[in-house]
Design a protein around this ligand. Structure first.
Ligand SMILES: *Cc1c(COP(=O)(O)O)cnc(C)c1O
Length: 392
């Protein structure tokens, strides 16, 4: 029997495999630490609580945050919902204006459009052809009624990193809150909430080699900041998020963060070399270009437009060899072109011809080579069919 070739995984931005070190700690934890962390009458509860609090320290450390300012949630999506809805509600409509960008993840965009239905006014800032917001447009958009600016740290489809320093300088000067969806940045590049003056930051375990079901919301001065909880009940997480903590996922999240701290520099160097190699090989196929700013970018991501290729067709063709996607997993069920790429000025055709490659810790050189030869062959074949159809 022919050995089954391993399906190459280039979709780390949608989720990551679990790190083996995380797995190793999970088995005994699942068996032994089953207590309810809120039970304070016995050791089972104590141990679960200790596991959660240990994780909270590890999670905070990765973003240089004080442990007491971390709210544990189920996902980045939940963290984003809590930050945006909770802050808007708590402002009691004194300030009703939120500024965000057109290229945000749907977790932010959909929450903003929900708030619009509750009376909020939302400004969706455009981006330039490199995917970056314009700082002067941000300055101009801020008014006395502006409550919060929500701009993502790094984009999930293109990897483009927004100028966070410059943005927080503006939000601090104008005394508006700054929230950033850092789900793609944390664990991939250094993120420091203290030096960057960030008010709210959200991220998720399953994007940094943890397991699904755990997320975090960092809030500067949690005890002073006004946020209305969105989950009511037993008053967990300082009343900010009721519901028994997902102890296994949270413990794994902590361990995954600890590993990220240790590996950050070497992972960045390692993965950027592989990404650059894949990218230059793909560009050598010809009639293709990279979407987004190539220097202000995550080290693991490249989003490439292959002209005269239908990306969905290509993905289907290589489905058994390479796992990739066109971008956000949350929107790939719909047939709309990527809102991120069209906001950057791509035509519909160019957006439909674009593929995101996101690599990670477990990608190796051999996979890059294999992937390239598969892509090269498939793209040539699809272009021939395309040309043939044109002349018919
Ligand atoms: C994955 C992702 C989210 C959603 O995270 P979940 O933990 O899956 O809810 C939000 N924003 C960005 C930029 C993402 O990449």
């Amino acid at each position: 029997m022919k050995a089954v070739e391993k399906l190459i995984y280039f979709d780390y931005n949608s989720t990551t495999p679990v790190d083996p070190e995380v797995l190793k700690m999970m088995t005994p934890l699942l068996r032994n630490v089953f207590g309810n962390p809120s039970s304070n009458t016995h050791k089972y509860g104590d141990e679960a609580r200790m596991a959660v609090e240990k994780a909270r320290i590890q999670i905070g450390r990765l973003i240089n945050a004080d442990t007491k300012n971390i709210i544990l949630t189920s996902s980045a999506t939940e963290s984003i919902n809590l930050a945006l809805k909770g802050t808007f509600e708590a402002s009691k409509y004194n300030k009703d204006h939120i500024i965000t960008a057109q290229t945000e993840h749907n977790a932010v965009l959909d929450t903003c459009s929900y708030l619009e239905s509750k009376g909020a006014r939302i400004t969706y800032l455009p981006v330039n052809e490199r995917g970056l917001i314009d700082l002067n447009s941000l300055k101009d958009a801020i008014t006395k009624k502006t409550l919060l600016v929500a701009i993502m740290y790094a984009n999930n489809e293109t990897g483009v990193i927004q100028p966070i320093n410059e943005i927080t300088q503006i939000t601090n000067e104008r005394n508006v809150l700054f929230m950033t969806d850092a789900t793609q940045a944390v664990g991939k590049i250094p993120v420091d909430v203290e030096t960057k003056n960030i008010d709210y930051l959200t991220f998720s375990a399953h994007k940094l080699y943890g397991i699904k079901g755990a997320g975090a919301l960092y809030v500067r001065n949690l005890n002073k900041q006004k946020i209305t909880p969105q989950n009511h009940g037993g008053g967990h997480e300082n009343g900010m998020r009721s519901g028994t903590a997902n102890v296994p996922s949270i413990a794994a999240f902590g361990k995954a963060c600890e590993i990220c701290i240790k590996r950050l520099e070497s992972d960045m160097l390692y993965v950027s070399k592989l990404r650059d190699e894949l990218e230059s090989k793909c560009l050598s196929i010809g009639n293709s270009f990279v979407n987004g700013d190539m220097s202000q970018r995550l080290p693991n991501t490249t989003n490439i437009c292959f002209n005269e290729i239908d990306a969905d067709e290509l993905i289907l063709k290589i489905k058994n060899k390479i796992a990739v996607s066109t971008g956000s997993a949350c929107t790939s069920a719909t047939f709309e072109p990527s809102h991120v790429l069209t906001a950057m000025g791509l035509t519909q055709n160019q957006a439909y011809s674009s593929i995101r490659f996101s690599l990670g810790r477990f990608t190796n050189k051999k996979e890059i080579k294999q992937a390239f030869s598969i892509l090269d062959e498939s793209i040539h074949m699809l272009r021939e069919i395309h040309d043939f159809k044109q002349y018919k």
